[in-house]
Design a protein around this ligand. Structure first.
Ligand code: FES
Length: 181
């Protein structure tokens, strides 16, 4: 085999790999998008739902720390927000928001933000739960699937997602624990 042939093979090989990876990435997004409506169409009856609650002990969560818990199969992001994150969320003018909601409407107490961690575009799970991850331009969450940015109140600020991250039903049981659902 001549060097030229070898070169040619290498290039077509990497192009094949690229095409394969791209198809895989689109496939994954497509599957995610199809999956959530399917699950929600199988919603359990009210008595089963009553059992489908999640209690979360928040006593070990530090200032500025985010944790993820599962509720009814969905990831729920809980953020013990820093004073800076709260201030940014509260001072944002409603006119700047695509899905206008005040921060006050989205929390029970400013220190704790509780949102369902599923991008409202096509259902990916956004990045930002770990401090090392990309949190987007507003310091909240970033969905790498198509580039949606959420702020420190989980509100959509940029990218294709139409709505804010949803708030699950939840209540405080005491100062350091909540019940979701
Ligand atoms: S799923 Fe498309 S931006 Fe999040």
């Amino acid at each position: 085999m001549s060097d030229d042939t070898q070169d040619h093979d290498d290039h077509s090989g990497s192009r094949r790999d690229f095409l394969y990876l791209s198809a895989g990435a689109f496939g994954a997004v497509g599957l995610g998008a199809a999956l959530w409506p399917f699950i929600s169409s199988m919603n359990p009856s009210a008595d089963v739902l009553a059992l489908s609650t999640t209690e979360v002990d928040l006593s070990q969560v530090e200032d500025g720390q985010r944790i993820t818990v599962k509720w009814q199969g969905k990831p729920v992001f809980i953020d013990r927000r820093t004073p800076t994150a709260i201030e940014e969320a509260e001072s944002t003018p409603l006119a700047e928001l695509r899905d206008p909601e005040t921060d006050e409407e989205r929390v029970l107490t400013p220190e704790w933000l509780v949102v369902i961690g599923i991008c409202t575009h096509l259902g990916c799970v956004p990045l930002g739960q770990k401090a090392s991850e990309d949190r987007g331009e507003w310091g909240g969450w970033f969905c790498p699937c198509h580039g949606s940015h959420y702020d420190t109140s989980g509100r959509i600020r940029k990218g294709p997602a139409p709505l804010n991250l949803p708030i699950p039903p939840y209540a405080f049981l005491n100062d350091t624990s909540i019940k979701i659902g």
